[in-house]
Design a protein around this ligand. Sequence first.
Ligand code: PMP
Length: 388
Amino acid sequence: MLTDLSKALLQRRAAGLYRTRTISDGPQSTRMTIDGETFLAFCSNDYLALANDPELLAAASLGLERYGIGAGASHLINGHSQAHHELEKALADFTRFPRTLLFSTGYMANMAVATALLGRHDAIFADRFNHASLNDAALLSQASLRRYHHLDLDHLESQLTQTPAKCKLVMTDAVFSMDGDCAPIGDLLVLCQRFGAWLLVDDAHGFGVLGEQGRGSLFQTHFPENHVPHLIYMATLGKAAGVAGAFVAAQTEVIETLIQQGRTYGYTTASPPLLAHTLLTSLQIIAQQSWRREQLVRLIERLRQGLVSLPWQLLPSTTAIQPLLVRDNEQALQLSAALRERGIWVPAIRPPTVPKGTARLRITLSAAHTLAEIDQLTLTLRDLKNTL
Ligand code: PMP
């Protein structure tokens, strides 16, 4: 693979799959400034508009004063601060699990769960549309990996029936990151219980947004107060929560095992305590300011109404992730570029992030968007329908 990099890069470019980065200046929000030009942006995962919230910025300043900038070492050496400790307790309370454990990123949290809890003789079952971090975690665990058709519980059931493995883990995104649709968590739990399998729910895009007070996707499915023993919940803190990091929520023995054996927990510097300090405020805002979720619901409705009868299919999603299916890679890039020329930033998502032939514009909404801005996007897309 290292032998012909230039050829591989050229091929990638020819297939319309070359990835580029944009340098944006200033805070990321519903506006993005690139090379001095400002765009209306529909691409961030800052669903509740917390990333630049003044209350959070004030909390970050206090956290900086109290803890300084760096954690200094891993959690197992001396990087575990009072702020981390309090945040873990607050998150356990909020999600109604006995314990939680903080990670620097969601990617690392998923890695730790799969590699600390499973090994060569075990089996993992994963929805085909799961996030890459879950797939990578499964591969690194060395357990056998079978991927079931998207949301197809009959297919999953037939795979569970066939496996000889004693220890089984089913993994699913709660809200699928490139599609915006939701996993049937209640039904998955029932199925897992029937087969004695564990269930890992990755709620990167549901935590803070869905469920009562933003407690996450589990609370949309009548999550019982008395916790389910074989359920492991992972959510990220860099999306709706507006900061960075992630946590795993589970029974005490699971959390203790992750502390003992989670390599992406123990062998990395703890995230700066000022972030944990800030996240305590973020959690309060999530619980108390339901207007942010209500505004998102209004925006989603308006967008979906505005995007009917376009040549591109709006995928069936009720969440803040609203993908417009273009299919062809080049056409998705063209549509994204045409929007950009008109002052609107929506990224094109291509394989391998999504399956071949399903390139799309991934429109994401934030509580900071206005109805007028949604109309600006939909009217521009209607205009483009005739020119592209
Ligand atoms: N899971 C899902 C479903 C995600 O969308 C993401 C991030 N895009 C992650 C995990 C990884 O989270 P992080 O960005 O904190 O590494």
